[in-house]
Design a protein around this ligand. Structure first.
Ligand code: RET
Length: 278
């Protein structure tokens, strides 16, 4: 078993029982859907930029940065998937290909290193803080965002071989995540003061969306263990492989695209109230 070293569990499934046609294709499709949505989002944020007054436009610019980097990463992740597993005609299933790259979700983690600070930074251009200092919140967002991802990136290498290390790095990462949630809650609470009723409502939806979408990422980290308990093949079952990629795609579309769209809606409402005409 250990000849795969620190490879993630997807590879172990591909080495032992192989992936069924349905599991393999569902992952390929959901990854493709992911990068297609990012490209569509890119056009949305460019085309709607002028519907908000200039002071809010940085939010759209940051969404554009997020769309471009997510598009490229998800494209690379899809290529990584299709090149890692090869169809075996004899057995009628997909197995790890000889001489190919192994599959790893690490592309995502490194993409988050760009996207997480951008997404957190972005909201600060749409809301006005009442008591907190912009620079202090920004620095804490960046610090904890990067620390959360780097520690999680290390942890994910151990999901099969060393559960202790996997749990340890996951726990450290979670501490930074909690810090981010506390900061975001503060930003959204302060941001509601003195803005139109409709925009306040949208900000409250942003909080709910944020909470749910961001929690899906640690869910995906734990996925093989969540779905592995009592399942056939234990940790190494293809349901976990498919569930992880679907979870990531839902999380990506929500935390990057829908979040960006809702921020544009708040910015538009504030712009109109301030007398902006397009
Ligand atoms: C990890 C490791 C396990 C513990 C926790 C994690 C949290 C990850 C999060 C990622 C968010 C990513 C986003 C990307 C958008 O582009 C690193 C999986 C808590 C919250 C929003």
């Amino acid at each position: 078993m250990n000849r795969l070293g620190n490879a993630t569990f997807e590879n172990y499934v591909g080495l032992e029982q192989g992936l069924s046609e349905m599991a393999y294709q569902m992952v390929a499709h959901v990854l493709t859907l992911g990068y297609a949505v990012m490209l569509a989002g890119l056009f949305y944020f460019i085309l709607t930029m002028k519907t908000v007054s200039p002071r809010y436009r940085i939010s759209s610019v940051l969404s554009v940065v997020v769309m471009v980097s997510a598009f490229l990463l998800l494209y690379a992740q899809t290529q990584n998937w299709t090149s890692s597993f090869v169809f075996d005609v004899e057995k009628g299933r997909y197995f790890l290909g000889d001489g190919q790259d192994l599959f790893n979700n690490g592309y995502r983690y490194l993409n988050w290193l760009i996207d997480v600070p951008m997404l957190l930074f972005q909201i600060l251009f749409v809301v006005s803080l009442t008591t907190s200092k912009f620079s202090s919140i920004r620095n804490q967002f960046w610090f904890s965002g990067a620390a959360m991802i780097i520690t999680g990136y290390i942890g994910q290498y151990y999901e099969v071989t060393n559960i202790g290390m996997f749990a340890f790095w996951g726990a450290i990462s979670t501490l930074f995540f909690i810090h981010i949630l506390i900061l975001m809650r503060k930003v959204i609470t302060e941001g509601q003061v003195g803005i139109p009723e409709q925009a306040q409502k949208t900000l409250r939806s942003i909080w709910v969306l944020f909470l749910i979408a961001w929690m899906l990422y640690p869910g995906a980290y734990l996925m093989p263990h969540l779905l592995g308990i009592g399942a056939e093949g234990g940790l190494f079952n293809e349901a976990g492989v498919v569930a992880r990629q679907i979870t990531y795609t839902i999380a990506d579309v929500s935390s990057k695209v829908i979040y960006g769209v809702l921020l544009t809606v708040v910015a538009r409402s504030r712009s109109l109230e301030e007398g902006y005409k397009d």
